[in-house]
Ligand binder design. Structure first.
Ligand code: 26V
Length: 822
């Protein structure tokens, strides 16, 4: 029971060297002369892990002893990014490890490059989950992340003839030193079958007789707080075929068939779905969702809670935070456990269930709201469908009582949609069951109440709240931008790393010419580093000493990469036609990073067009290298950490009312880029904080955009009335960039913008061009630009994910950070 805690190894180069060599010899079975880069990377990672393990065990022991209120973050995605650098930072081993390796003749940077980042997420939602668990640990909150250990993460993007080609991301190929499997905590997850009359007498109970199951095997990952002695756990589930399958069930001679059948079960955690909108209603995806949720509930109830725990107290012990609707099947699962398995009456079970789930919505696009066909859900999870029906029945009764005679409202609010086919609306289920519903930026939360979930907000106004997103300053400033971090620390001390509002103290330094010069030097060095990496990796050349203008995010029509292209083409066309004198153009590199969902045709065409335009512009000697387009393939966390610190200008140009929050916008501001953006998502809050003088606002506001939509939007009118817009579009449509081809990507994008333009890029074009002119003249005074950049940093402390987590604690969870020494 009371094993004394292992001592943390001594913080010294000697001790670290011993750990490293021991891991190399005993862990990998090689000596230094014969070790591969992977061997050394493993030994290094394992040595670092030793320094955190004692803390991890302590945290787990305290958590078990205290039985404190816990936050379980349920998320189908955790886009973690490289682990080694973060562990080195948290354990305060950066210098020691570098020196230890140098003494052995090894370069730590070379070993870091071996790491394949775990890309277990699509974009914003998955990266947010990773920032949040970092902040939960740093704020000392008892918490656990639950998700899926995909064998293949987000695909690796390559370009072939400028077209996106996806390659599988077998990130576990060489093994991962960061995970610890715990097969002894495996749990079965059942599917299919039918339901029968209950064997217990609880009101509302039935018995589920499922027909097949898989085993969910947990892998634990350390989530270290920033130098605070806490190490939380991220538990990711891997699907295994039931280990005890009985060969007598198969006829003689079917041995190989039986073994082969295992792969069916193991498919469940095989691959991350790379779509992040327009749900496909794929059966395997629903299997994934139920798989990780059922395993996580079971894990918490059976392994975390004491054996005799009275589940009536559950709301004091846990909040299950639902990261979008992906885990919402947890709601009927908990009801099933309480009613069918534990024998509670329905009403008692519902009372508890309604107090333990909270729901975060991450979108505004109606097509991104998940719905599951009743037929599919009923086939895979027949008992859960029955439970959802009953929840809906009672809920609709409540609606009828609150709004007598309003059957239209009842139909709108129903958890079950009738058209086009019967389907379960997961956002409605989450909103009915959750005790809180939050949006991810102020504007988004308002639009949820006023539009997307308006009926629900009228019924339960107090259920709705906002928590504006944030990003972890450890990874996105301290690790990504060491130069800037040192400068900040020299100016105001290092408290900002865990208390980002302290960046305010930089404000006076924005007026200090020495400080500004130092800032510019760092920005320049970061650009150099980026230029070097892009050259080595992809053979890309940047515009020498110019502005770095970055648009990095998933490729989506609503994010309007096409509007960015219209700006680039218009500049190019202006220069070529003599309208714009070349000398007047600020040298600038337009950097794109974007993956398209493999089935999203227009997004893929946009990628092709970006590459085509880039190829033409980059090869045009008459531009004297003043304009460049750099589109490095496979934008991921690793590349983000390289790119964001080098940027001068951050492009956040979605149509107002479409981007829930954005988090890249925050990362750029914190690294001293100025934003050109619409009044959308968290841009609104960034602009309010940094001030209009240090932000380039353009475009319609959300009400203006929705009015224009309602009036009937005609992109053709904009095309006809703005000669520069017309010239840019015509140049694209003419095949100028596509080797004369007018039919492929160029023709398709031309037609879609001029005929439909769902996200009104043409309507915002003129205002965007004007804002870009303001950017050019501001940049011409780089002294004053750098002052604005520093003020952006100083005023963006609000966007720490530590602040987001504090808001979740105050507004939703009611959990308290733990005093470590108690
Ligand atoms: C949605 C869906 C829809 C069903 C099909 C599968 C699937 C997979 C992932 C997603 C997530 C898309 C939603 C998302 O990533 N939203 C982004 O969340 C960020 C964090 O809150 C926010 O900053 C971005 O504005 C928002 O687009």
């Amino acid at each position: 029971e009371n094993t004394p805690p292992l001592a943390v190894p001594e913080h010294s180069v000697e001790s670290f060297t011993r750990s490293f060599l021991r891991e190399l010899n005993y862990g990998r079975g090689v000596d230094l002369d014969r070790a591969s880069a992977n061997d050394k990377y493993f030994a290094l990672s394992r040595a670092v892990r030793h320094y955190l393990t004692t803390r991890w065990l302590e945290t787990l022991r305290n958590q078990h002893r205290d039985q404190a209120k816990t936050v379980a973050y349920l998320s189908a995605e955790f886009l973690l990014g490289p682990q080694l650098e973060n562990a080195l930072l948290a354990a305060d081993l950066e210098d020691i490890a570098r020196d230890a390796l140098a003494n052995l003749g090894e370069d730590i940077e070379e070993l870091r490059a071996v790491e394949v980042e775990p890309g277990l997420g699509n974009g914003g939602l998955g990266r947010l989950a990773a920032c949040f668990i970092d902040s939960l640990a740093t704020l000392n909150v008892p918490s656990v992340g639950y998700g899926i250990r995909y064998e293949y993460g987000i695909f690796k993007q390559t370009f072939v003839d400028g077209k996106q080609v996806e390659k599988p991301d077998h990130w576990l190929h060489l093994g991962s030193p960061w995970e610890l499997p715990h097969p002894e905590y495996s749990v079965p997850v059942w599917f299919g079958g039918h339901t029968e009359e209950a064997t217990n007498s609880a009101e509302g109970a039935r018995t589920w007789v499922p027909s097949w199951h898989v085993t969910a095997k947990p892998y634990n990952y350390m989530v270290p707080g920033y130098r605070n002695g806490r190490v939380n756990t991220l538990r990711l589930w891997s699907a295994r075929a039931r280990h005890d399958f009985d060969l007598r069930e198969f006829n003689a001679g079917e041995y190989t068939e039986a073994v082969r059948a295992r792969t069916f079960a193991e498919n469940i955690s095989k691959v991350l779905y790379p779509e992040d909108s327009t749900p496909q209603g794929k059966e395997l995806r629903l299997q994934q969702q139920y798989f990780f949720v059922a395993a996580s509930l079971r894990d918490f109830l059976d392994h975390v809670l004491p054996e005799d725990y009275d589940l009536h107290n559950l709301p004091n012990r846990i909040t299950w935070q639902l990261n979008d609707t992906h885990p919402v099947i947890a709601v009927p699962e908990l009801m099933r456990i309480l009613v069918d398995e534990k024998g509670w009456d329905w009403a008692d079970a519902w009372a508890v269930t309604q107090k333990v789930f909270a729901y975060t919505c991450h979108t505004l696009l109606p097509e991104a709201l998940e719905v599951w066909p009743v037929e599919l859900l009923g086939r895979l999870l027949p008992r859960h469908l029955e439970i959802i029906y009953r929840i809906n029945e009672e809920f609709l009764e409540e609606v009828r009582e609150a709004f007598p005679g309003d059957e239209l409202r009842v139909r709108r609010m129903s958890i079950i949609a009738e058209e086009p086919g019967r389907a379960v609306r997961m956002a409605h289920l989450a909103t009915v069951a959750g005790f809180k519903v939050n949006g991810v930026a102020e504007l988004h939360s308002e639009l949820l109440k006023d539009k997307v979930l308006n009926d629900f907000a009228e019924m339960w106004p107090d259920k709705f709240t906002n928590v504006t997103n944030g990003v972890t300053p450890r990874r996105f400033v301290r690790l990504a931008n060491p130069g800037l971090s040192e400068l900040i620390t020299a100016g105001i001390g290092d408290g900002w790393i865990t208390d980002l509002e302290q960046l305010r103290n930089l404000e006076p330094l924005a007026d200090d010419p020495e400080f500004r010069r130092a800032f510019r030097d760092i920005k320049g060095a970061n650009k150099h580093r980026l230029a070097q990496v892009l050259k080595d990796r992809d053979g890309i050349e940047l515009a020498g000493d110019g502005m770095v203008d970055a648009m990095v995010k998933r490729l989506h029509e609503y994010k309007r990469q096409s509007l960015k292209l219209l700006h680039i083409v218009s500049l190019y066309e202006g220069i070529k036609s003599g309208r714009i004198p070349l000398e007047s153009v600020t040298p600038r590199t337009f950097v794109f990073g974007a993956k398209a969902a493999p089935g999203y045709v227009r997004a893929k065409e946009t990628i092709e067009l970006i590459n085509a335009i880039g190829r033409t512009i980059n090869a045009d000697a008459s531009l004297e290298g003043r304009l460049k387009v750099a589109f490095p393939p496979n934008y991921n966390v690793t590349l983000a950490e390289m790119l964001i610190p080098a940027a001068d200008l951050s492009e956040q140009i979605s149509l107002a009312g479409k981007e829930a929050s954005g988090t890249g916008n925050m990362k750029f501001a914190l690294n001293g880029a100025l934003t050109i953006g619409t009044d959308d998502g968290a841009n609104v809050e960034i602009r309010k904080l940094v001030g209009d003088d240090h932000f380039f606002l353009f475009g319609m506001s959300e009400p203006e955009a929705s009015d224009l939509q309602a009036e009937g939007y005609d992109p053709g009118a904009y095309y006809e009335s703005d000669p520069q817009l017309k010239a840019a579009l015509n140049l694209i449509g003419s095949g100028h960039f596509t080797g004369g081809d007018r039919d492929g990507a160029a023709g398709s994008i031309f037609a879609s913008l001029t005929q439909r333009d769902r996200f009104m890029a043409l309507a915002d074009f003129r205002s965007y061009m004007d804002a870009q002119e303001r950017v050019e003249s501001a940049y011409a005074d780089y002294e004053s630009w750098s002052r604005s950049a520093i003020l952006n940093i100083a005023r963006s402390g609000f966007f720490s994910s530590d602040r987001s987590i504090q808001d979740y604690l105050d507004r939703i969870w009611g959990a308290k950070p733990i005093d470590q020494n108690h």
